[in-house]
Design a protein around this ligand. Sequence first.
Ligand SMILES: NC(=O)c1ccc[n+]([C@@H]2O[C@H](COP(=O)([O-])OP(=O)(O)OC[C@H]3O[C@@H](n4cnc5c(N)ncnc54)[C@H](O)[C@@H]3O)[C@@H](O)[C@H]2O)c1
Length: 239
Amino acid sequence: MSQVVIVTGGAGGIGSAICRGFANDGHTIVVADFDREGAERLAKDLGGEAVALQVDVGNKESVGRMVEESLNRFGKIDVLLNGAGIMPRNQVKDITEEEWDRVLRINLKGVFLCSQAVARHMVKINQGRIVSIASGRGVAGAPGAAHYAASKAGVIAFTKSLATELAPHNVLVNAMAPGVTDTAMSQAGFTEEERKRRLALSPLLGGYTPVEDTVGLFRYLISDATKNVTGQVFFLKTP
Ligand SMILES: NC(=O)c1ccc[n+]([C@@H]2O[C@H](COP(=O)([O-])OP(=O)(O)OC[C@H]3O[C@@H](n4cnc5c(N)ncnc54)[C@H](O)[C@@H]3O)[C@@H](O)[C@H]2O)c1
């Protein structure tokens, strides 16, 4: 059955692959991103009923507008994918208070604000799925990006908390953690030589997580196969 799916960070590397995959499955996609042009380009490419909305996930008013416009247009929201995120690289000794706040505002507060706004609607209709992109860094840590690791640890704890609150309302809340995926985010952290080395490696032997694997896991997480699964974190990291 066709579902209305909001994808934040929808213009990004992983987000756009999810938008394309879900649009191909016949779902109605809201491509929500800070990057207005990227979101509009993708929505046009997807065709059908896909729509682009500019959003700053760390801003309550902006998130409120995203949810309101989605509801005005489609009358319901079935799925929220929290995919927006940033990962600046910096050692703790050099991270400024502003940089720390920016990472936590987008990666963690953004997940809170979007989930809260969408959950209020889902509780009313007694159904829904919320899936957030965490990271293995949220468990293992990330030397050179401690704020990122801390934000993703927060996403995992938030997911488990919200899952319990929303279970009585038939709203399922899960997270997934891709391994290193070849997107703008990871490219900023590798030399071209390291990138090529990873591209040449099998995912089973330390290469990149293929973005299709992430799309496949999301597909599973919004399917009937997981209608009793909530509060879980699915790790895609290969050995
Ligand atoms: N790429 C990886 O290796 C990897 C691994 C594990 C987890 N992740 C997570 O996956 C998610 C997607 O990452 P990606 O690799 O596709 O990165 P990306 O940089 O390609 O995409 C991130 C998207 O988020 C958007 N964004 C940034 N700030 C925003 C804001 N305030 N409001 C709305 N949108 C905003 C950007 O415009 C961009 O389109 C992120 O949460 C990231 O932390 C990525």
